[in-house]
Write a protein that binds this ligand. Structure first.
Ligand code: SF4
Length: 430
């Protein structure tokens, strides 16, 4: 087997090649050490990877790509682009959602919205805006992945075991490397850690507080850290002595960090607010920070892009050359009620527009999506696009917002990326 380090370069003898140090852009953790075997056009992850990466890096070999289509009838990419353009030109109020694209694709989408008008929202923005609700009220002291790795000695994990959504989280936060070895403790406040999490935390002291109501448990922790008298046998499902022990561990830490995935809680903004208050209270006597989880399908990068380009985050509308932001009105779930065209973009995974958006939607639907996307109802226009980091190079942002990651191409692309597909749609207008 030939082993090379440069993505996009074929082995001269046609044998499978192993591409090392591949960056993964799927969940926001930004792992950059994957090994991917490429054989012709077939791609698969090698070694121990998380289930998400194993599934999403798997690409078939020589079979032809799915073609573009109009109302389920195969057509050329140019014909699909032309049909999409006609639909958008006649639209009164487009909603451009999903937004699973690399930065270049995001730029083209913003240009599309500037040309035809439209509301912009990402498929994973629910958790992001629950966190924004907390930061807008109080601000927060946020940690980076590197700070957690280098400094955090007590980590509070609120909610479900996060490795179901962020498969290598603890491997990334607490690598099994003597360089980082020190006394560390991880406290799960909510569901018990699963097998994967425990395996990654081998050698780390792990404890579990089975909180049925994490918001109430966090409020009690806040009170204990602030020195208030808390009464009762259990709070939020956790015995008071266990909460007192946790409060003492957090106060005794050199650098405590609390992490949660706001998307998993119905009351995610309250969780974010209580965690933020706890971290503020801890910072009176020691150092502490929040590490919010998120970042799926480059949501952080697309949000940053909108801030650079428009001065507003996601959930922004562009109409008549003017942009306006409203976190409720322009959430896709609400904006769809006023939309007559839905443009759905999902290049990272075969994810169709959710039933909540399309089941009562009477307008036209245009999908720029992964070629394996299944549909219950054929969209009016389907344009299959390549995947960033597999079919073409690109840039995505890590979940802590401070690092942009370069994705390489692993094989010769036969489908356009989102940027090219969008420019084909908009091109004739320009
Ligand atoms: S944890 Fe996330 S970034 Fe890392 S390999 Fe899995 S899907 Fe990719």
């Amino acid at each position: 087997m030939t082993s090379i380090d440069t993505p996009g370069v074929a082995a001269s003898d046609g044998s499978p090649r192993l591409v090392r140090d591949v960056v993964c852009g799927f969940c926001g953790l930004g792992c950059d050490d994957l090994e991917i075997e490429v054989s012709g056009r077939a791609v698969r992850a090698r070694g121990t990877v998380c289930p998400e990466a194993a599934k999403l890096f798997l690409r078939r070999g020589e079979e032809p790509d799915r073609s573009a289509s109009r109302a389920g009838e195969a057509c050329s990419q140019d014909d699909a682009a032309s049909a999409a353009r006609d639909i958008l030109a006649a639209a009164r109020s487009p909603l451009i959602a999903g937004l699973g694209a690399d930065i270049d694709g995001g730029r083209a989408i913003v240009d599309l919205a500037a040309t035809f008008g439209g509301v912009l929202d990402h498929s994973a923005s629910v958790g992001l805006f629950r966190n924004f609700a907390a930061t807008q009220r109080t601000g927060w002291l946020a940690s980076t992945l590197a700070e957690v790795r280098n400094r955090c000695d007590v980590l509070l994990v609120v909610g479900d075991d996060p490795t179901s959504a962020f498969g290598r989280l603890f491997e990334r936060l607490y690598p099994a490397d003597p360089l980082f070895a020190k006394s560390r403790r991880v406290i799960f406040l909510g569901a018990a850690p699963g097998e994967r999490a425990l395996k990654q935390l081998d050698g780390v002291a792990v404890s579990h507080l089975p909180a049925s109501d994490p918001v109430a448990a966090l409020e009690a922790l806040n009170g204990l850290v602030a020195g208030r008298r808390i009464t009762g046998e259990t709070i939020g499902g956790v015995p008071l002595p266990a909460l007192a022990d946790t409060a003492a561990a957090l106060q005794g830490a050199a650098y405590a960090v609390a992490t949660w995935n706001a998307a998993e809680f119905a009351e995610g903004d309250l969780v974010a607010e209580r965690v933020t208050a706890l971290i503020d209270a801890l910072n009176v006597t020691t150092r502490a920070g929040v590490f919010p989880l998120g970042g799926r399908d480059n949501i952080i990068g697309i949000n940053q892009l909108l801030l650079w380009r428009l001065g507003y985050p996601l959930r922004t509308a562009i109409r008549g050359g003017v942009s306006a932001h409203d976190p409720d009105l322009f959430a896709a779930a609400n904006a769809v009620k006023d939309a007559d065209v839905l443009v759905w973009v999902s290049a990272f995974r075969p994810e169709p527009p959710p039933a909540s958006l399309v089941e009562d939607f009477a307008g036209k639907i245009i999908v720029l999506g992964h070629p394996d996307t299944p549909f219950d109802r054929d969209p009016d226009v389907f344009i299959p696009v390549g995947t960033p980091g597999i079919d073409h190079a690109g840039t995505v942002f890590r979940m802590d917002s401070i690092v942009s990651l370069p994705l390489g191409a692993l094989r010769v692309a036969t489908l356009p990326g989102v940027a090219e597909a969008v420019r084909r749609i908009a091109g004739a207008v320009a």
